[in-house]
Design a protein around this ligand. Structure first.
Ligand code: NOJ
Length: 527
């Protein structure tokens, strides 16, 4: 339909957490054959591309973000043949496949690290970040691990520390070493040649560290009760100026192939985030914009965020929006009840590529995890601070059978208690369900270039009501979102295309549009 735009601009991305999407072999963990079985569902939903969290061989200390072989498939998920079958089946259905690239760190069981730690003069020693201790065995500087504690691990065998931004089982690669860069570029080519349509790059802003390894300054805003990592400002350990050269080299590899996309996982405020588009937009196509995940759920804050982000975008840069992922609390639980529908309408009517997180389309909640079922290493390292991520990674709820149609045996994480009501099969039959709303929103976005490609203009923000306009080639749509519980109204003329309650389609509005509490409306203005 939109021939002059690359697919990732007009398209919608869908994140699959493979452990939790569909189990095909009854071991309680999702796998690639399971994803293949469910591709028709994604087609029906109407998304354009699926991004798979890591599926590579891994000791699974961080559930796949600790990779021990970049060019294989972990047997838990299947085989390379299964992967090829998945890409072929997805492409047949017109769906693209995006892989997770984790270039910042490997598993400590990756052969590169095993070699690197074997002696100080090993050829791979400099592939990781090794430093002498301060004093007897003290860490080389004050840097902290995102997952708690020092980010340095003393290795008695060679008497030096290695750096790990996350678990000690996840040593950071040294991106100042050209051999590391070449090796990772070859990893990308391996998958691009196999037909993958792009990468989501893990912790892109972490990739290169200060060459002098200077101490990070204390965080003046730190308060008791925040997680320990917040004690310091990660000034020297992340977002270094040199990272942009690294990113532009990743992009060059992407550009060796037609029509592929480079997405970066970057948790930075808009002003710093947009630098990852790169000089002359030669960096990431889409530096993930996570700001909605942490912005307070009120009209004024969201309007300001959109304006700040739009204003920060470099000329020609394409925006994007994310409302959930495998690291953050589920949106349905964060905003609650009918506001989850408003959130869905917001995500699918904003300017820029939306990324949906599996299960959000049926309103899956954050699941409470009993202490004996906790799997997330972060929660285990820093218990009781609410950092645990298991609750947003629970099995997809396909139907109301014993294990929600996800598996024939007990899943690796508990299912939510709402499975009987909130599942794909039930919601498919209900024309007013969250799933039906999502499908209608996606269909509308696909049918209306105003929504997928049009300009964005804030019309008004008054009380809980956020109103904006999307326009393309002279055609306009109005989006009105009521983020409060009381009804609200605005002056408008036109026809309702969609209400979040799914009950006002085609209603004519002549002068005053009134919205119920927690209602969102897409209106085709008549003048
Ligand atoms: C970011 C990933 O999204 C997260 O799940 C993981 O734990 C860290 N990177 C470390 O790889």
């Amino acid at each position: 339909m939109h021939e002059n735009f690359p697919w990732w601009k007009s398209g919608i991305l869908y994140q699959i957490y493979p452990r939790s999407f569909q189990d095909s072999n009854g071991d309680g963990v999702g796998d690639l054959r399971g994803v293949i079985e469910r591709l028709p569902y994604l087609r029906e939903l109407g998304v354009d591309a699926l991004w798979l969290s890591p599926i590579f061989p891994s000791p699974m200390e961080d559930f796949g973000y600790d990779i021990s072989d970049y060019t294989g498939i972990d047997p838990l998920f299947g085989t390379l043949d299964d992967f090829d079958a998945l890409v072929a089946a997805a492409h047949n259905l017109g769906l693209r496949v995006i892989l997770d690239l984790v270039p910042n760190h490997t598993s400590d069981r990756h052969p590169w690290f095993i070699e690197s730690r074997s002696s100080r003069d090993n050829a791979k020693r400099d592939w990781y970040i090794w430093r002498d201790p301060k004093g007897e065995v003290g860490p080389p500087n004050n840097w902290l691990s995102e997952f708690g504690g020092s980010s340095w691990e003393f290795d008695a065998y060679t008497g030096q520390h290695y750096y790990h931004a996350f678990l000690r089982n996840q040593p950071d690669l040294n991106w100042r070493n050209p051999e590391v860069r070449r090796a990772m570029h070859d990893v990308m080519r391996f998958w691009l040649r196999r037909g993958v349509d792009g990468f989501r790059v893990d912790v892109m802003w972490h990739l290169i560290k200060d060459d002098l390894l200077r101490d990070n300054p204390p965080n003046p805003d730190y308060t008791e009760g925040q997680q320990p990592y917040q004690q310091l400002v990660p000034l020297y350990s992340t977002d270094r100026p040199e990272v942009h050269d690294v990113v532009s080299e990743l992009r060059q590899v992407i550009d060796e192939f037609d029509d592929r996309v480079l997405i970066g996982e970057i948790y930075l405020p808009p002003g710093k985030l947009v630098a990852y588009y790169g000089r002359d937009l030669a960096g990431a196509h889409l530096p993930f914009n996570f700001a909605l995940i942490s912005t307070p759920w009120n009209a004024r804050a969201i309007a300001k965020l959109i304006d700040d982000y739009e204003a920060a975008l470099p000329p020609g840069a394409w925006p994007n929006w994310v409302l959930g992922n495998h690291d953050r609390q589920r949106i349905a639980s964060r905003v609650g009840g009918d506001q989850a529908r408003v959130a869905a309408m917001l995500l699918l009517t904003l300017r820029g590529t939306p990324t949906l997180y599996y299960g959000d389309e049926i309103g899956m909640p954050q699941v409470e995890i009993p202490p004996d079922r906790v799997r997330d290493p972060w929660e285990k390292n820093v218990p009781g601070m609410g950092v645990g991520r298991d609750g947003c990674r629970t099995p997809m709820q396909w139907d109301a059978t014993a294990y929600a149609g996800f598996s024939v045996s007990e899943p690796w994480l508990p299912l939510s208690k709402n499975v009987a009501l909130e599942n794909v099969a039930t919601e498919r039959r209900d024309s007013a369900s969250m799933l039906s709303l999502r499908r209608a929103l996606i269909a509308l976005r696909r049918a209306r270039p105003e929504l997928s490609l049009g300009t964005y203009k804030l019309v008004s923000v008054a009380g809980d009501l956020l109103v904006f306009e999307r326009a393309h080639q002279g055609r306009r749509l109005l989006v009105a979102l009521n983020l409060g519980v009381a009804s609200a109204s605005l002056a408008a003329h036109g026809r309702i295309l969609l209400s979040t309650f799914m009950d006002r389609q085609a209603e004519e509005i002549d002068g005053s549009l009134s919205l119920r509490g927690a209602e969102g409306i897409i209106l085709k203005p008549s003048a």
